[in-house]
Design a binder for this molecule. Structure first.
Ligand code: PLP
Length: 454
């Protein structure tokens, strides 16, 4: 690396999250310096289609001036105030009111944080508050799912069902359990229909609850589509059957809408796409198009009343952050939600989402592709060694990582999750950009196939 270049300085000074550090030391970073629409540019001016919208999040693309203006306006008016001890400010009030008005089910209150992880930590505490208020403090166990992703703080990493988030950290913490991953392609049995698979998943959940004792199980948390676990779309009838089990044993239902919220799956919420009726809902990312960090948790009246009861007992609602509902982040989020409405982003996703799904379905016959999955503007293609037996490649080959690298060379930023390649472009992607994205994908796939043959 050129001494004193951005890459050299990055390697010298910057410890990167979610990065293979040894590889990073020799290969260095891709340094992004600007963006326009669905494109980003590196230091040399090379252009990339950002097919992951950053981290599943930059819904309005990389140069939305209205969000910049909203931030500047709020910065000038009131750059900071907090929401502790009966204080408030207009952006957080407006945003709470707005979020309630678009919620997938009737919600009572909204509490703010700065990230998806913090939102889900908040969810954990709310669940515990709830059962304490019901005088059932033993109902503390929370069930999430293998391959579910809910963040990296100690409690949310415990909810996350991926080994990398547990190893070395003594996680999960007590009272967190993991149910089956509902990936039909990988875990469906021979001859089992998608609906039968969903029934089995729900039966297994019921068995888990009975084994633990229903009096000890307080909540179940799920993403509508598992994102970081590999874009795993629930099998037909899954959430209907899961919710019936939860109801039977009086278990709260929490939806993690951090990726799926704000039109990603074709509806405002993934909960609407999959018939989920959560008691608690967390969201982040596209809430502000990620221009500033902000997340939110919505709770129904039952959960809110439990918070009131507990805060009366101890004198305070014992949770919150310095930046809960930060006015500048809240103002940017409000403007984001306004833009979704004014530009009818839902209708746009209704138009371009099917193009993505049709486009990736076209690769299903490629010899390398085992499964194509997705809905709305989120999808993935899984590469396999043997299409017929669905046998995966030896992980040591790093086929997914190879793909991501070749794609980057071809001006396409995707996310490799094992050997699955995920797509989650900004919601504003046009028909033409979609075509461009898919042709860069096709070129990269052929190059990977050729490399694997060689
Ligand atoms: N929940 C889901 C579904 C996510 O995809 C993520 C992040 O990707 C999180 C929670 C954690 O969010 P953050 O990285 O903002 O802490």
């Amino acid at each position: 690396f050129v001494p004193n270049s951005a890459s050299a300085r990055d390697i010298a000074h910057h410890l990167h999250p979610y990065t293979n550090l040894k590889v990073h030391e020799t290969e260095g970073p891709l340094v992004i310096t600007g963006g326009k629409g669905v494109h980003v540019f590196d230091e040399d001016g090379k252009d990339y289609i950002e097919a992951m919208a950053g981290l599943w999040s930059v819904s309005l693309g990389f140069n939305e001036q209205r969000l910049v203006d909203a931030a500047i306006k709020q910065m000038k008016e009131l750059p900071y105030y907090h929401t502790f001890t009966h204080k408030s400010h207009l952006p957080s009030i407006d945003l709470a009111e707005k979020l309630k008005s678009v919620a997938p089910v009737e919600m009572s209150k909204v509490i703010f944080q700065n990230s998806g992880s913090e939102a889900n930590d908040t969810v954990v505490k709310l669940i515990w508050y709830f059962w304490n208020a019901q005088n059932k403090p033993e109902k503390k166990k929370i069930i999430s799912r293998i391959k579910g992703y809910h963040g990296v703080t100690v409690a949310s990493a415990s909810l996350t069902g991926l080994p990398n988030n547990h190893r070395d950290f003594d996680l999960p913490i007590a009272n967190i359990l993991h149910a089956d991953c509902p990936h039909y392609y990988r875990f469906g049995l021979e001859g089992e229909s998608e609906e039968e698979f969903a029934t089995r998943m729900a039966d297994n959940l019921e068995k888990l609850i009975l084994k633990e004792g229903p009096e000890t199980v307080g909540a179940f948390i799920a993403e509508p589509i598992m994102g970081a676990g590999g874009v795993i779309v629930p099998p037909k009838t899954y959430f209907e059957k899961i919710q019936a089990v939860l109801k039977k044993y009086d278990v709260l239902f929490c939806a993690d809408e951090v990726i799926c919220g704000f039109w990603r799956t074709g509806n405002y919420w993934g909960s609407q796409t999959f018939g989920m009726k959560p008691d608690i809902l967390s969201c982040a990312k596209a809430l502000s198009s990620s221009y500033l960090p902000i997340s939110a948790v919505m709770v129904n009246e039952r959960v809110y009343q439990a918070c009131v009861t507990e805060s009366e007992k101890i004198g305070v609602f014992g949770h919150g952050y310095t930046y809960s509902g930060h006015p500048v982040a809240a103002a940017v989020a409000l403007e984001t939600l306004k833009i979704y409405e004014e530009r009818d982003i839902g209708a746009h996703v209704g138009k371009v989402g099917p193009l993505l799904q049709k486009g990736i379905a076209g690769f299903a016959s490629h010899p390398l592709i085992g499964e194509v999955r997705g809905t709305g503007l989120i999808g993935a293609m899984e590469m396999v060694q043997d299409k017929k037996t669905r046998a995966a490649f030896d992980p040591k080959l790093g086929v997914g990582a190879k793909f991501a690298k070749i794609a980057q060379k071809n001006g396409l930023i995707v996310r490799a999750i094992g050997d699955s390649v995920a797509f989650c472009p900004p919601l504003i992607i046009t028909e033409q950009e979609m075509g461009d994205m898919l042709s860069r994908y096709a070129k990269s796939l052929d190059e990977v196939a050729a490399q694997l043959k060689a």
